[in-house]
Design a protein around this ligand. Sequence first.
Ligand SMILES: [Zn+2]
Length: 214
Amino acid sequence: MPPTQSPGTPDRSLATDPKVAEALAALVTEARLASRWAGLSQASDMAHKRILTSFLERGDPPGIEPFQADVLDDLSRRDLVHVRDGKIALAYPFATDRTDFFVSVAGRPALVTCLCPVCRSPTHVSLSEDGLTIKSASKPDARVWTGIQEVGACAADSQCKSMLLFCSPAHLDDRKYNQPADPRGFDLTLQQGVQLGAAIFGPFLQRHIREATS
Ligand SMILES: [Zn+2]
């Protein structure tokens, strides 16, 4: 029998690009995985699945009513789900608040739109069916900046801040010059960014899709 694997374990086999493999190792450490997933109770696991499935299928979270408060507290401590003002606001990697990333999962292939943090211009990226390859990009030279930093109180927010898509190398440079200290992170091409995202989010999202459709 294979060892029980944390649902959050990234699929390192997808990181075929050496730079992506390096970024993945820096971003997803054992300590980080353990703080999210170790000892997840069945009740928390079920609740988490139900919340993610709702985001995936309807684009919205469910209400909090069906969930026990201690289960939601546990998911919040693990930085997997956050409740704000009595509503589920975040379930890593989904958020109800407007972010600079818009992902359309209803249609296939998926269409991703990201706003450049410097000039706010959008980059539209259309992905292959398996989510691993870019079919087209409105700005092929866009750069994905992946900052290496500790996750704060909120995963979906902090991921949004630490993974940024710049419309051009020049705008990524602009941002770097405006940082107080030399920021730690990886400057990735769009394709490298897609590969990194697939390796991190693919395993647990696919597990939900598989279980929801079986
Ligand atoms: Zn820009």
